[in-house]
Design a protein around this ligand. Structure first.
Ligand code: HEC
Length: 105
């Protein structure tokens, strides 16, 4: 969690904000986000490759662009474990191996 938090602060905070609240209409929230919690593999892919196009998070449609990040498998697992277990979220642990498998696809 500590490692994930540091990564969040350096890579993600500028858009998704301190407490994962995002900016309504521009940057989707991560706190209590149905979209984040419903598919771990998709989240892994989004951090590797970025995300664009329409997505609906907590009932609000976003259509913006998030860049991909050049992070190691372990860093991606750490940051996801942090956001998936902060701000009211509770998710299963994501492993480096899972990240590796998504990257290989
Ligand atoms: C430059 C701004 C920016 C940065 C930096 C950024 N994101 Fe995003 N993020 C976005 C945008 C914009 C979207 C929505 C993309 C769309 O509309 O298709 C998004 C969507 C997401 C989603 C899916 C939607 C949701 O709310 O569940 C996740 C998960 C996510 N980002 C995680 C991260 C993580 C983790 C980091 C840091 C490694 C990060 N983002 C860094 C802008 C950013």
């Amino acid at each position: 969690m500590d490692r994930g938090k540091k990564l969040y602060m350096s890579y993600c905070l500028t858009c998704h904000m301190q407490n994962g609240e995002g900016i309504p209409g521009t940057f989707p929230p991560l706190a209590n986000a149905d979209y984040l919690m419903e598919d771990a593999e998709r989240s892994i892919g989004q951090i590797i490759n970025g995300a664009s196009g329409e997505m609906k998070v907590n009932g609000v449609v976003y259509n913006n662009v998030m860049p991909g990040f050049d992070m190691t498998d372990r860093e991606i697992a750490d940051v996801l474990n942090y956001i998936r277990n902060s701000w009211g979220n509770q998710g299963e642990v994501i492993t480096e191996e899972q990240v590796h498998e998504v990257r290989d696809k």
